[in-house]
Design a protein around this ligand. Structure first.
Ligand SMILES: *[C@@H]1O[C@H](CO)[C@@H](O)[C@H](O)[C@H]1NC(C)=O
Ligand SMILES: *[C@@H]1O[C@H](CO)[C@@H](O)[C@H](O)[C@H]1NC(C)=O
Length: 196
């Protein structure tokens, strides 16, 4: 009586099938885990707004301008898991694309889901302007309001739990910041654009 053909090849086939299915399942599971972790800790974009602003000590002679600015800036971190180290932050105030005033913000830490307020005090000291730009600023002065752009360059690191990212640059632009020379009137809040 002949033995039935050994069952080994078919059970080996089943074993291979089982291993392949298991490996694929593990890969899919790992992918889903990574996706969920990423969705949970993903840094949400930091939100910058200028809440208040004023100018004083304004003077212009021979196309050179002096002025002291005050801006109250709110920085909001909407991420629930990601905190941010601000290692440095440079502030530049531009009038008609020409940089006129500068400030530096001390390093600070913004914890997750938290807000901080920064008092920026850029100063223009005999800042030179092109003749046409100076004419434009004088005209705005006579109307009682100037329109500025504020640009910020920050070096930041993200922190999730104990893990810290490497340094990266974060650029922020606040456009059409209207400042009234008579401080009695209200300031129109400005939302800024960030890109990292
Ligand atoms: C700006 O201030 C400097 C002193 O800090 C002064 O020498 C200069 O004349 C001033 N310029 C204007 C336009 O007022
Ligand atoms: C928010 O930040 C402030 C100042 O940095 C800190 O004192 C406060 O504990 C933080 N709040 C939360 C909920 O982390």
């Amino acid at each position: 009586m002949a033995n039935p053909p050994s069952s080994t090849p078919s059970s080996r086939k089943n074993l291979f099938r089982f291993i392949i299915v298991t490996v694929l399942a593990l890969i899919v599971l790992a992918g889903i885990t990574v996706l969920i972790v990423w969705l949970v800790i993903r840094p949400k974009q930091l939100v910058y707004t200028i809440e208040d602003g004023s100018v004083h000590g304004y003077d212009m002679k021979y196309n050179h301008v002096n002025a002291s600015f005050n801006f109250l800036m709110k920085v909001q971190n909407p991420s629930r898991k990601v905190s941010v180290f601000y290692d440095s932050m440079q502030v530049t105030v531009l009038y008609d694309d020409e940089p006129i005033a500068f400030d530096i913000v001390e390093p600070f830490f913004l914890s997750h889901h938290n807000v901080t307020h920064l008092m920026l005090k850029p100063v223009a000291r005999s800042a030179p302007l092109l003749a046409s730009t100076a004419r434009g600023l004088s005209a705005e002065r006579s109307f009682g309001e100037m329109e500025l752009t504020i640009k910020m360059k920050a070096k930041i690191r993200y922190k999730v739990g104990k893990w810290k990212s490497s340094k990266r640059n974060l650029w922020t632009t606040c456009s059409s910041v209207g400042l009234l020379f008579s401080s009695s009137k209200s300031f129109e809040r400005i939302k800024c654009d960030t890109n990292s």
